[in-house]
Ligand binder design. Structure first.
Ligand code: PEP
Ligand code: MN
Length: 274
């Protein structure tokens, strides 16, 4: 029995297309997921939600539970943050993707959000993965900080074998010797996933680089290489963000990103629903 019984491309004819609130992930639509690193306040989220919607984002992101290196850093607004995201979704029609940090919170997060994110630091939290196999929501599975492609595929197999067929891979950079960027973006991972699995794969150039200036060019590259979508951090006021301001696009840059990736998307046969 192959250890990638369900994740492998050989297990299924055709690629998996995941439908969330009218957004198709994994077909010829390029899906743009965008929003701040963290939910900071109702005002911040409503402001950015309206901007994202107007500029054509398909899915809104924002963390209510934040995995921070230091326990003294902002940890997120927890359920209050989820309520704010749900209100933004009602207001704009955009589905929400947000991280579930702890298996004890799955039910609560699933009550408010559409797509549940497994962060890099939890990619091999096998008990969390098994529990996420029991929910109906699609799972956005970020690549572990130092995970090989096989380990990443195996993490998806945990979710699928527990009963949830809807997994989206997200390449977000890996740890290498290089420290000019926060991580090293592995765009070949998109090709590896496409070769080995039927599941969709998107790219997060924000966490991959830690530098907003690199986000638009690497978004173009990710689309050119065949990613099914992008996950980008956008903040109404990056200089005052409570986390990840340095890698966050401001609204104007996000508009620029949308225009530039649309051009590349059409060159590779993908459409954008704006
Ligand atoms: C995030 O998307 O907010 C996040 C914490 O990402 P990662 O798990 O990739 O570090
Ligand atoms: Mn972040």
């Amino acid at each position: 029995m192959s250890p990638l019984k369900l994740v492998s491309k050989k297990s299924k004819t055709g690629d998996t297309v995941i439908e969330v609130n009218g957004v198709s992930i994994g077909d010829n639509q390029l899906v743009i997921m965008a929003g701040p690193c963290a939910v900071e306040s109702r005002e911040q989220i409503m402001e950015v939600a309206d901007i994202l919607k107007a500029k054509g984002a398909n899915v809104m992101r924002g963390g209510a539970f934040k995995p921070r290196t230091s326990p003294y850093d902002f940890q997120g607004l927890a359920e209050k943050g989820l309520q704010i995201l749900a209100e933004a979704s009602e207001r704009t029609g955009m589905p929400i993707v947000t991280e579930v940090l702890d298996a004890r919170d799955i039910e609560m997060v699933a009550n408010y959000a559409h797509i549940l994110q497994v962060g890099s630091r939890n990619m091999q939290n096998f008990s969390l993965l098994k529990d996420l196999g029991k929910v109906e929501n699609p799972i956005l599975l970020k690549r572990g900080l130092s995970a090989t492609i096989h380990e990443w595929l195996s993490a998806a197999e945990y979710i699928m074998s527990a009963g949830n067929p809807n997994v989206i891979f997200c390449e977000r950079g890996i740890r290498t010797f290089e420290n000019h960027t926060r991580n090293t973006l592995d765009l070949s991972a998109v090709l590896a996933i496409k070769e080995l699995s039927h599941l969709p794969v998107i790219v997060d150039p924000s966490h991959a680089t830690g530098k907003w200036e690199m986000v638009i060019p690497l978004s173009r590259a990710a689309v050119a290489v065949g990613a099914d979508g992008l996950l980008v951090e956008v903040h109404p006021d990056p200089a005052n963000a409570l986390c990840d301001g340095a890698q966050s696009l401001n609204p104007e840059s996000f508009g620029k990103l949308m225009n530039e990736v649309e051009f590349i998307a059409s060159a590779v046969g993908k459409s954008m629903v704006i």
